[in-house]
Write a protein that binds this ligand. Structure first.
Ligand code: ADP
Ligand code: MG
Length: 237
């Protein structure tokens, strides 16, 4: 489903960190929000998932204006850097939790957990608790949990930041595979230009609360429109 932000503005008290941002993510597209620390990537993501109220502007999922819709009622799956799995629950219980909260029947939950576990390829690990899983496996559980309610939009905030270099490479490819297989519209927040270039259809490069260039990875690399963009892309793959 297409996602559209128009004139998005966010202020924390007297400090405006984002002003009149327009952004459209196409249906089935994976878009990177890329930029240095503090440029406003997470703030944008929090507004989309509804954790933060927008100070101004509108947010649409498809034709539906969801600006005033509470977070729990938005069709969004979110994965954070630190996974935020429930430590006392097994992988199976973690993945199924969103449906348990919705009081879905046990057999339906079990079937959906199985479907998602197959998608993220952790079918043999469902009995384990988070502490008994590697970082990559924990991130797979988090992805499955984020997607079990069949959200319209998947939001990923630095999902690979806690992984070692080898796992990071593996999970880059895995997240992209899962996104393609499901055709879900996704936004990846990252400060890592190689990650953005290798995983996403388009990149929105941000600086100080503004999108300074929005292009495919190829176009952005071949034709950076400012010194900042050229400098930030730095040493590409
Ligand atoms: P990024 O995710 O790109 O590193 P953030 O979106 O977290 O950046 O932050 C953007 C700006 O907004 C920063 O200057 C940050 O200090 C400020 N900011 C973020 N959250 C809050 C908050 N809850 N209260 C005040 N300022 C905040
Ligand atoms: Mg952030």
């Amino acid at each position: 489903m297409e996602l559209r932000l128009t004139k998005f503005t966010k202020a924390f008290g007297p400090v405006t960190v984002i002003e009149n941002m327009d952004l459209t993510v196409g249906s089935g597209e994976m878009l990177a929000l890329l930029g240095p620390s503090g440029c406003g990537k997470s703030t944008t993501l929090f507004a989309i998932c509804g954790i933060h109220k927008m100070t101004g502007g509108k947010l649409y999922f498809g034709d539906r204006d969801v600006t005033a819709v509470p977070a729990q009622q938005r069709s969004v799956g979110v994965v954070f850097q630190n996974y935020a799995l429930y430590p006392h629950m097994t992988a199976e219980q973690n993945i199924g939790f969103p449906l348990k909260v919705m009081r879905r029947p046990k057999d339906e939950i079990a079937a959906e957990v199985r479907r998602l576990a197959d998608l993220v390829q952790i079918g043999e690990l469902l009995d384990r608790r988070p502490a008994q899983l590697s970082g990559g496996q924990q991130q797979r559980v988090a992805l499955a949990r984020a997607m079990i309610r069949k959200p319209d939009v998947l939001l990923l905030d630095e999902p690979l930041a806690n992984l070692d270099a080898k796992l990071r490479l593996e999970m880059r490819a895995e997240i992209r595979r899962i996104q393609r297989e499901t055709g879900i519209t996704a936004i990846l927040v990252t400060h890592d230009q190689v990650e953005a270039m290798s995983m996403c259809d388009r990149i929105a490069l941000m600086k100080d609360g503004e999108i300074v260039q929005l292009d495919t990875p190829k176009q952005m690399y071949a034709n950076p429109q400012s010194q900042f963009v050229a400098g930030f892309l730095g040493n590409p793959p």
